[in-house]
Design a protein around this ligand. Structure first.
Ligand code: SF4
Ligand code: SF4
Length: 178
């Protein structure tokens, strides 16, 4: 019969000899391999107590940024949503009211901002498209969960803590406290 690939391997179906029927040599060979690994350096790590260092280009969970006065930077221009190849970003814009200048940096802001983390491929194009430095991908993993709904991250989930009113939470989010 003609082979489809050159990876075909002929199986040896000749009857087992005396030593093969004893199985002891095969068991000893297996144990030698096992013991030879006992004193080698373990490649596994005790996650989550131990973590591997991130690559300098690692892209993790998104963060919606604030400016130094704690105001939301996002102006709901939609460029991140347009740039997103996975169509993972949804938003609704709203006009800033006169008394809200300390909440939102620009005249328009995102009243609703959602990212579907099950769609996201963590490419970072949203971060690159943003003209306001309002979104970036942090070094945090998206935590595991049991339902699809929990992976739709709302603006409240994504917003970085306010540096003026939530300094402790901000330090925790940046990994500066334990
Ligand atoms: S990282 Fe990529 S896929 Fe994820 S939301 Fe941003 S642009 Fe979309
Ligand atoms: S995150 Fe940036 S690109 Fe996306 S809507 Fe806000 S300002 Fe525009």
């Amino acid at each position: 019969m003609q082979a489809l690939t050159n990876r075909v391997k002929q199986v040896n179906r000749s009857p087992m000899n005396f030593w093969e029927r004893l199985y002891l040599p095969a068991i000893l060979k297996g144990m030698t391999i096992t013991f030879s690994h006992i004193f080698k350096k373990k490649p596994t790590i005790n996650y989550p107590e131990e973590k591997r260092p991130f690559s300098p280009v690692f892209r993790g969970l998104h963060v919606l940024n604030r400016d130094e006065e704690g105001r939301e930077r996002c102006t709901a221009c939609g460029l991140c949503a347009v740039a997103c190849p996975a169509e993972a970003i949804t938003m609704e814009s709203a006009e800033r009211k006169p008394g809200e200048t300390d909440l939102y940096r620009e005249e328009k802001y995102a009243a609703r901002y959602e990212i579907n983390m099950l769609r996201c491929i963590f490419c970072g194009l949203c971060e690159e498209a943003c003209p306001k430095d309002a979104i970036y991908l942090s070094e945090t993993f998206t935590p595991a969960d049991f339902t699809r709904k929990k992976f739709i991250y709302s603006k409240e989930d994504l917003l970085i803590p306010n540096p003026l009113t939530e300094a402790e939470k901000l330090a925790e989010a940046k990994g500066e406290t334990v």
